[in-house]
Design a protein around this ligand. Structure first.
Ligand SMILES: C[S@@+](CC[C@H](N)C(=O)[O-])C[C@H]1O[C@@H](n2cnc3c(N)ncnc32)[C@H](O)[C@@H]1O
Length: 268
């Protein structure tokens, strides 16, 4: 079922992290996403949905790497029949309990690796990743290839990821930026994961299955775009969103940089 040990390790990491993420959600945003999609989506993602995909009522939609499932709940609230896919059974368990509490019946939860989906080909009207998924994925072509396979011809795939330029920089204690990797180093970057903090421990050639280790991949803008093209998508639009705190850019260098990379593609 899993593509490789990098993904298996990341699954174990997300199982450990799930409860922590759950308990940190003190604002309870998940309770309102189905009524207010702006909690889950950036403005430009909602614009992409309305101008490319249109009304979602009754449409079959797949969320890949669904995590906290804010986007799943928002899409369900917009009338879609949603399939929520995640590799972590713990993340899905928390989300399924929340969906039950909200009485959201139009969601199916599926535990799977996004690079090997147990879903029928050409069966979805829209697919999206709910922010920050590609960093866990060792082969973008396999992931996007699966998104392409499950979509009906002429339908759309939207991704939203932390902007690649942010990924190579680190904000120091004094708020100055330092460079962690060069832009052309895709990783895998190996991290020791703990419930209090994470520590970078270098580049890995192969993954050893061990519960507290996670592997991250830093993809470039060209990787995202070329991978979409390689698997048969036609890129429709790409946006780089502004930081929510851009007014603080002089004090905090990171805020001067784009926040997310949002891209929408069409299956030819
Ligand atoms: C940061 S979250 C997704 C974003 C979401 N908005 C959130 O904040 O929770 C990343 C999710 O990707 C999932 N994931 C990581 N690797 C995966 C894989 N190979 N296949 C499917 N899901 C994966 C993790 O389990 C985690 O729930």
């Amino acid at each position: 079922m899993y593509l490789n040990n990098f993904h298996e390790n990341n699954r174990m990491k997300w199982n450990i992290a799930a409860e922590r993420w759950n308990s940190r959600d003190i604002s309870g945003g998940w309770k309102n996403c189905h009524r207010d999609p702006t909690i889950a989506f950036h403005e430009c993602e909602l614009e992409f949905i309305s101008s490319f995909v249109g009304d979602l009522t009754g449409k079959r939609v797949c969320v890949l790497g669904s995590g906290d499932n804010y986007t799943t709940f928002a899409l369900a609230g917009m009338g879609a029949e949603v399939t929520s896919v995640d590799i972590s059974e713990k993340q899905l368990e928390i989300a399924a309990n929340r969906a039950k509490e909200l009485d959201l019946k139009n969601i199916t939860f599926v535990r799977a690796d996004v690079s090997a989906l147990p879903l029928e080909s050409e069966s979805y009207d829209f697919a999206c990743s709910s922010g920050v998924v590609a960093i866990w994925i060792s082969n973008l072509d396999k992931y996007y290839g699966e998104a392409n396979r499950i979509l009906k011809q002429g339908s759309y795939f939207m991704i939203s990821e932390t902007h690649p330029i942010r990924r190579i920089l680190k904000q120091e204690q004094n708020d100055r930026l330092s460079v962690e990797y060069h832009y052309f180093n895709n990783g895998p970057h190996k991290y020791e994961y703990s419930l209090t903090d994470g520590k970078g421990i270098g580049v890995a050639d192969e993954a050893v299955v061990q519960g507290n280790i996670q592997y991250e991949f830093t993809w470039r803008i060209s990787d995202y775009v070329n991978s979409m093209i390689n698997v048969g998508f036609q890129v429709q639009s790409l946006q780089e969103t502004k930081s929510d705190h851009i007014d603080q850019w002089k004090e905090k260098g990171m805020e001067a940089l784009p926040q997310a990379l949002v891209l929408i593609s069409k299956k030819l």
